[in-house]
Design a protein around this ligand. Structure first.
Ligand code: CP
Length: 327
């Protein structure tokens, strides 16, 4: 039997010839250009093709080390980064707050310097403090990817959301994208406002005044504030429902969960106000029956599971662009 050529085993990743890619770190989307995002999505298409092969692995990042450092719980983000790194042939090491010397009083800076000394090319980190990845990016030679920092940003979630919309609608130019729910505590909402508006969508934010304070209108003048859910949903192309983050609420922000469900849950009656081909999205984890009715979460317009699956391809593309010498 003839041994197959290496090039046949691992067909090269195809990418557009001219690279607009500028990023060494992924901290948020406010410093992204539309060209960079489009380039990333083209690269994610190539990664999706790899994930569709019988052997879902290429050696592109062989010899590189990806460290995942999650100081807050995660299912989707952590797993998909680890799967993405392994599919590209990288070595993956993981630490959590509970298993690191943070429990013995070691500072975040000392921890990441130790990780750097042991050898890391990309550090993927989730931290409860907004801004922590920015501090770390100043301390280490490796690339830093923000996998969620406090209430501030979750750029890779917003990128996979945009990629999922692109796979259905071709893009978001001119689309009405409605983000509903606990906007105040949502790093996903903050990153999506940047991502969606940079790509040309009109963003509408909807939630109770305690979870969508008036100052958001000044903080994000590119978005429309619409507390009335029926008005917000009228003719929407994209609906992003957010989890009610009860663990981040100090109390007193909602009279009751029942009232929130009555006034803000995305149910079938409210979904009917949007365009018939509107996409129903949720970053997860989902509180079914609270912010979204089960029949909507699992209905024909829901792309929630697709979002999770696309997370692997988008994160493969990011790791490749950061560590694979694509500059
Ligand atoms: N969407 C998201 O960040 O999910 P996890 O908390 O499970 O990673």
């Amino acid at each position: 039997m003839r041994i197959r050529e290496q090039s046949q085993l691992y067909p090269p990743i195809t990418k557009p010839t001219a690279s607009p890619w500028q990023h060494r770190h992924i901290l948020d989307l406010d410093d992204f250009s539309r060209q960079e995002m489009e380039f990333l999505f083209h690269t994610a298409d190539a990664m999706k093709e790899i994930l569709g092969r019988e052997i879902k692995r290429v050696p592109t990042l062989r010899g590189k080390t990806v460290v995942t450092m999650f100081y807050e719980p995660s299912t989707r983000t952590r797993l998909s980064f680890e799967m993405a790194a392994k599919s590209l042939g990288a070595d993956v090491t993981s630490i959590t707050a509970a298993t690191s010397s943070a429990v013995k009083g070691e500072s975040l800076v000392d921890t990441v310097r130790t990780i750097q000394a042991l050898g890391s090319d990309v550090l993927v980190m989730r931290h409860p403090c907004s801004g922590a990845p920015y501090l770390v990016a100043q301390q280490v030679a490796s690339s830093v990817v923000n996998a969620g920092d406090g209430w501030h940003a979750h750029p890779t979630q917003a990128l996979l959301d945009l990629y999922t919309i692109r796979s259905h609608h071709g893009g978001v130019e001119g689309a009405k994208a409605v983000i509903i729910g606990d906007i105040l505590h949502s790093r996903v909402a903050r990153s999506n406002i940047w991502g969606l508006t940079i790509m040309g969508a009109q963003v509408v934010l909807c939630g109770p005044p305690t979870l969508l304070p008036r100052f958001w209108g000044q903080a994000y003048p590119q978005a429309i504030i619409e507390p009335d859910i029926e008005a917000a949903l009228a003719d929407a192309d994209i609906i992003m429902v957010l989890r009610l983050q009860r663990e981040r609420q100090q109390g007193g922000l909602l009279p009751s969960i029942e009232e929130y469900v009555r006034l803000y849950q995305l149910d079938e009656r409210r979904l009917a106000l949007a365009k018939p081909d509107a996409l129903v999205m949720h970053p997860g984890p989902v509180n079914e029956g609270i912010e979204i009715a089960p029949e909507v979460a699992h209905g024909a317009q829901s792309v929630i599971e697709e979002q999770v699956a696309n997370g692997v391809a988008v994160r493969m593309a990011l790791l490749y662009l950061l560590a694979g010498g694509a500059h």
